[in-house]
Write a protein that binds this ligand. Structure first.
Ligand SMILES: Cc1cc2nc3c(=O)[nH]c(=O)nc-3n(C[C@H](O)[C@H](O)[C@H](O)COP(=O)(O)OP(=O)(O)OC[C@H]3O[C@@H](n4cnc5c(N)ncnc54)[C@H](O)[C@@H]3O)c2cc1C
Length: 351
């Protein structure tokens, strides 16, 4: 149940070598009391605690000096009413497998979110999204165990405070919340979401099916994004920045083709990948890390990268984009230091 001095290389999609002092595989709800006891012991020894899913959105900046809980809770329960399917899914279920199984069973809705790596329990944390859909569109509630008290609690969708790559689970008040299962609702009155990006190219003269969207999303993603099994990466490294309209207008007057998405509050969202590409950073390499040749938003481990290579490259990309466009890029990938979550600025300040 507990491993010590455990290599994390196969538990992070960047394939960065790092060690965890302790690793607890949470495979069953019957382990909750034992888990809480381990947490108390770890806290008495001042050890940090980290919750880990599939490791596809983390960068281990150094060895982790504490207890990692790897969430492997399985199970999918399906019920239905006249209007909806209701799914109760264990946090350790593979997200893409869930999407794929739903499509096979004729339960449509999740198709735009196909091929997003990771497990179900991590999906609410950053409200995963792609091709015009987000996790929140299907979320009914999220169950978690409070690792401080051992109590199991449930938040409904509104209480989760979902935003762009954001939720209540990213706040410090919820750092002890280990998501155990999620409840999803898939409407039987399915409506396609096919007006986004490359999905626009689907033949609209025929009624489009969820299976077609699913297949298109899988095809597009497989050609566009590097497979972490072949080339270590954590998907989009930076978030798309949201800037003031004045800055967006100034940039547009110099770069008329710049992708830009006006927001309801008047701000404008820009495409981080476009900015990095325009700064001529595709292929830029530091040590074993590089900006992906085809997809500028993705930083990759060319095979021999250490964490410091990725960190230096991330800083270089951030600084170059700031110099060229006066736009601040924030990283989407969660930085994990020896004592828990950290960030690029903190890591650089400590070298
Ligand atoms: C090739 C590639 C493509 C990607 N494409 C997209 C995309 O299109 N859209 C998108 O939104 N993301 C994308 N991602 C990012 C990633 O897939 C998502 O963030 C995913 O939800 C991470 O899941 P995980 O299980 O790997 O989480 P991890 O990386 O293990 O964890 C991520 C964060 O969630 C926390 N966490 C994990 N499980 C739990 C839990 N049970 N309870 C509480 N906290 C938890 C962790 O502490 C950590 O802070 C991509 C990544 C890759 C490698």
């Amino acid at each position: 149940m507990i491993e010590t001095h455990c290599s994390l290389k196969s538990f992070n999609s960047f394939a960065i070598e790092a060690q965890a002092e302790q690793l607890f595989h949470l495979t069953s709800r019957s382990q909750f009391p034992a888990l809480i006891t381990h947490i108390k012991q770890a806290k008495q020894q001042n050890m940090p605690i980290l919750i880990l899913g599939g490791g596809s959105n983390v960068l281990f900046c150094e060895d982790f000096a504490g207890l990692i809980i790897k969430v492997e809770l399985l199970g999918v329960d399906i019920t239905e009413t006249a209007h909806d399917f209701h799914l109760c899914v264990g946090a350790g279920e593979n997200w893409h497998q869930l999407v794929s199984d739903c499509i096979d069973k004729g339960m449509d809705g999740l198709e735009n979110l196909a091929l997003i790596p990771g497990v179900v329990g991590a999906a609410p944390v950053q409200n995963i999204g792609a091709y015009g859909s987000e996790f929140k569109d299907f979320c009914q509630s999220v169950e978690y165990i409070d690792l401080a008290s051992g109590e199991v609690q449930t938040l409904n969708r509104e209480q989760c405070l979902f935003g762009y790559r954001d939720s209540i689970f990213k706040t410090t008040a919820f750092k002890n919340a280990l998501i155990t299962q999620v409840q999803l609702t898939l409407s039987k009155q399915w409506q396609p979401q096919s007006r986004y990006g490359a999905l626009n190219d689907l033949d609209k003269t025929q009624p489009v099916t969820a299976k077609q969207i699913y297949q298109s999303v899988c095809e597009i993603r497989s050609t566009k994004l590097p497979d972490p099994a072949l080339l270590g990466n954590a998907g989009s490294f930076f978030k798309n920045p949201v800037v003031k309209k004045e800055l967006a207008d100034a940039l547009l007057s110099a770069h008329s083709t710049m992708p830009h998405y006006p927001q309801p509050n008047g701000d404008v969202k820009l495409a981080a990948g476009w900015l990095i590409d325009q700064a001529n950073l595709k292929g830029h390499q530091i040590g074993g890390a590089a900006v992906h040749q085809q997809q500028a938003l993705v930083l990759v481990n060319r095979g021999e990268a250490i964490a410091a290579d990725i960190i230096q490259l991330a800083a270089f990309v951030r600084d170059t984009v700031k110099q060229k466009f006066d736009v601040e890029l924030a990283h989407e990938v969660r930085f994990i230091g020896a004592q828990g979550e950290t960030n690029l600025a903190e890591v650089l300040a400590n070298v």
